[in-house]
Design a protein around this ligand. Sequence first.
Ligand code: GTP
Ligand code: MG
Ligand code: ZN
Length: 366
Amino acid sequence: MNFKMKMNEYGWNEYFNTCWEKIYGIKWSDADETLVEHCPARIVSDHGKKMKLVTPYGEVLGTRHANEQILEQQMAAGDWVGVMMINGYTEAIIQNVLPRQTKFSRAAAGIEVKEQVVAANVDTIFLIQSLNKDFNMKRLDRYLVGAWESGALPVVVLTKADLCDDFEAKKAKVEDAAPGVEVHVVSNLTGEGIESLRKYFSVGKTVALLGSSGVGKSTLVNSLMGEIVLKTQDIREGDSKGRHTTTHRELVKLSCGGMVLDTPGMRTLALWEADEGMEKQFGDIEELIKTCRFNNCTHDNEPGCGIRKALNQGVIDAVKWESWKKLQKEMRFLDAKKSHKIRSMEKQSVKKYARPMKSKTVARDY
Ligand SMILES: Nc1nc2c(ncn2[C@@H]2O[C@H](COP(=O)(O)OP(=O)(O)OP(=O)(O)O)[C@@H](O)[C@H]2O)c(=O)[nH]1
Ligand SMILES: [Mg+2]
Ligand SMILES: [Zn+2]
């Protein structure tokens, strides 16, 4: 039996193999080509009840095992899962989700305080903005915090260079705001800069594309493929906003090796966790705060405020400072909501625990 797909080409590595061994008691190897029922698979796209998976036996549809834990577990495109092949190796039952090496999460929309994993196990994250109407430094700060937090390497990609006269100035602004982050200017129309992105797509590596609708994420996948594999659509004339053309996250294997995870444009990115990300993106600001004379400095007009001094001297950028304040406030609010949720869950579990005890006593009395 020849395996159709080599999992290494889809990003399988020593990290996942060690996780695999802990669950299955033996390392996964496709070298000996023995027919096995249990094998690793990667989620290509999530279609609700069914997931498209890439397995050693080819691309198949998978369903979750009817175990409560698996039914409730969050799964996302890019996740590595342990499956049992059924129906002559044409379908799969998902039995385990392997611990993620990296994950880009956001707070799910809606009233429930919940994490939503947007991209799992990606090596690089392209934070995409277009150089015409979409360019926004505060939004970029937010995405950079999320990307640093994910554990993957952030790279900024500015698209639609053909529609912008001053892209050098915008590029310099981003480089200033994100030291150490590579910034690429590209045009899907003229092909400018596309080749400079190839280095991120070596065999087994995954790049996620994140950004607002209409910035050209799916078009970039088509540019990299050299053919149309994903649907794209014109942005709206009136306000230059995208039309939310891509509706689900999907992993695409490029012919040159490497994979790309295209995602639907995000309206807003509500961060889920940000401690490390904030430190990475705003390290200079966090250091300056330590220099304020008063511990409880509000950085408005207290004497000896390190932030005010830095702002006046142009050491830090006013936009970046605004970003920090906004994100800091947002994360404090989210932390309060998370603690509230934990407390109410604890209360519920106390009630749950109390109930059977009570009914047992009642049962005995009768
Ligand atoms: N001029 C110009 N147009 C581009 C470029 N890249 C993409 N476009 C156009 O921008 C529009 C939106 O592109 P998409 O690739 O659908 O955008 P998207 O980011 O995938 O949008 P969603 O799927 O809605 O998130 C299309 O009409 C593309 O042809 C570019 O570099 N230059
Ligand atoms: Mg798209
Ligand atoms: Zn201060």
